[in-house]
Design a protein around this ligand. Structure first.
Ligand code: Q9C
Ligand code: ZN
Length: 333
């Protein structure tokens, strides 16, 4: 198994996030990657494929915002990390505003994803890591991308849920551009991958299946319900399988089996797995009950389908358990 990671992915480190009525320490810390690296051993740095594959998925105005937001914030006389306080609810018309606070609301979906001076650097190399692992799998190998920050909450033109660039979408689009006619994404992070769903919502060439905590009880609330199935050419290529808090291996594995059956009918040339270890029983912000050993079982079920698989890291916030959980999952391949 080839492992990819770039040290610049560590740089992004907001001080705090705002939720449930108050400030708390930022959960998506750079120490997460240290824990995974310690468990997995040596990694390869990705080659630099440039911005073009990122711009195949993301809006140019949004990328400019990610690059310049921190400098605009400082120029406005602010201290600390960039965070919005006003959002254009249900996408009001596209007014061309220049004030950093207007831009921050326009290009983010929540108050848990502050931007720092290093956000663009980490996000850029994060995308390169995903692309390198995807290239390795398309060349016939097995690969894991140690993606951090995570990606699946980021849409074509918005950040959210600790995510800036949607690595799964960038990987899937790169595979399409490299000649794969059909790509499937299986998202087994605790949270619904609203960004990935939005990006491929009306496309029939990329299947998106997600297992996640019921959005009636968990972030991101407004996406991930069972009646969201895609539209136009994408009708039927989005599959949402929400699960109750407290879900254990049996329920999770049954739902994953349903997702794999649907993906098998789609017959992908490549499977991208958005893997979150925040489904673990001791995760500090999540409420499923998978054990470390369960991850190997789930990965074996995926591997048994026989498709080329590239696994990308998403969430997982119990830093001390993260290495063992990722190692267990990868052992299944
Ligand atoms: N009580 C990923 O796992 N909600 N993002 C924070 C905690 C935001 C998670 C509130 C969770 C975002 C990639
Ligand atoms: Zn998550």
């Amino acid at each position: 198994m080839r492992l990819f990671f770039d040290p610049r992915q560590r740089a992004h480190a907001p001080a705090r996030e705002f939720h449930n009525g108050g400030w708390t320490p930022y959960a998506e810390v750079p120490e997460r990657v240290d824990a995974i690296l310690a468990a997995l051993g040596p990694v390869e740095a990705p080659a630099d494929a440039g911005e073009a594959p990122i711009l195949r998925v993301h809006d140019a105005g949004y990328i400019d915002f990610l690059k310049t937001a921190y400098d605009r914030w400082v120029a406005a006389g602010r201290a600390g990390d960039v965070i919005a306080y006003a959002w254009p609810v249900v996408r009001r018309r596209d007014v061309r505003l220049d004030r950093i606070d207007a831009l921050a609301g326009r290009y983010t979906m929540d108050a848990v994803t502050p931007l720092t001076a290093d956000t663009w650097t980490s996000a850029y190399w994060n995308a390169q890591t995903a692309l390198a692992a995807t290239g390795a799998v398309l060349a016939g190998g097995k690969a894991f991308a140690l993606c951090r920050p995570p990606g699946h909450h980021a849409g074509a033109d918005y950040a959210g849920g600790y995510c800036h660039l949607n690595t799964a979408a960038i990987a899937a689009q790169a595979a399409r551009d490299a000649g794969c006619a059909r790509v499937a994404i299986l998202d087994i992070d605790y949270h619904h991958g609203n960004g990935t769903q939005d990006i491929f919502w009306d496309r029939g060439d990329v299947f998106y299946a997600s297992l996640h905590a019921d959005p009636a009880t968990d972030f991101p609330f407004y996406w991930g319900h069972t009646d969201e199935v895609g539209e136009a050419a994408g009708e039927g290529t989005t599959l949402n399988l929400p699960l109750p808090q407290g879900t254990r291996l049996e329920g999770f594995r049954r739902a994953q089996g349903q997702a794999l059956e649907a993906i098998a009918r789609f017959a992908p040339d490549l499977l991208v797995v958005s893997f979150g270890a925040d489904t673990w029983e001791g995760d500090p912000i999540s409420k499923f009950a998978l054990t470390t050993a369960d991850y190997a079982v789930l990965a074996r079920d995926i591997a048994a389908c026989g498709w080329p698989v590239v696994t990308l890291m998403e969430g997982g916030y119990a830093v001390d358990a993260l290495g063992a959980n990722v190692a267990s999952f990868l052992s299944g391949f």
